[in-house]
Design a protein around this ligand. Structure first.
Ligand SMILES: [Fe+2]
Ligand SMILES: [Fe+2]
Length: 164
């Protein structure tokens, strides 16, 4: 999903306060899907959520959408080595890390906590921003998973070129 130059500069300004954080940068060391790092995955989810919100006029707060998207998988471990309960538990680990490392506010925490719905059936998104990131995560995850079988994700290459 291409951002216009105006969208890109708005997106970069929103991301700037959190992207250089050490915990956020450490997501570059973990694999999410195939050749895609957790950092690249989160960056693509944040961009996709930002574009959906903006172009479809969904009315979400842009800062919460971008920060929630970028931090939604801040669980900080290689999930391939983890217990099968990762799917159910990592949103809560990511929320706690976002509070510990970035002092994430309650609206960003709500986005992170519910992004895996309907896995974790009781953690239903309760805000516009949470619904937007939940949907963007599913779109991006499906794309990355399918394309990894075809030799690599263009999402990853695009995200890498924008990563610091
Ligand atoms: Fe996740
Ligand atoms: Fe994700």
């Amino acid at each position: 999903m291409h951002l216009t130059p105006e969208e890109q500069s708005r997106f970069d300004a929103l991301l700037e306060p959190i992207v250089e954080n050490d915990a956020v940068q450490s997501m570059k060391t973990f694999v999410q899907h195939g050749s895609v790092s957790t950092f690249d995955h989160c960056l693509t989810v944040a961009q996709t959520a930002f574009v959906l919100n903006s172009r479809l006029h969904l009315g979400g707060d842009e800062c919460i959408v971008v920060h929630g998207g970028m931090l939604h998988d801040l669980f900080l471990y290689d999930w391939h080595d983890s217990h099968w309960t990762h799917s159910y538990k990592h949103a809560e680990y990511a929320r706690r890390n976002a509070v510990t490392h970035l002092n994430a506010d309650v609206r960003v925490q709500a986005v992170i906590r519910t992004h895996m719905w309907p896995i974790g059936i009781t953690h239903v998104p309760v805000s516009r921003e949470a619904w937007i990131v939940c949907m963007a995560d599913k779109m991006v995850s499906a794309h990355e998973t399918v394309l990894q079988r075809a030799g690599g994700s263009p999402f990853a290459k695009r995200a890498e070129s924008r990563a610091h």
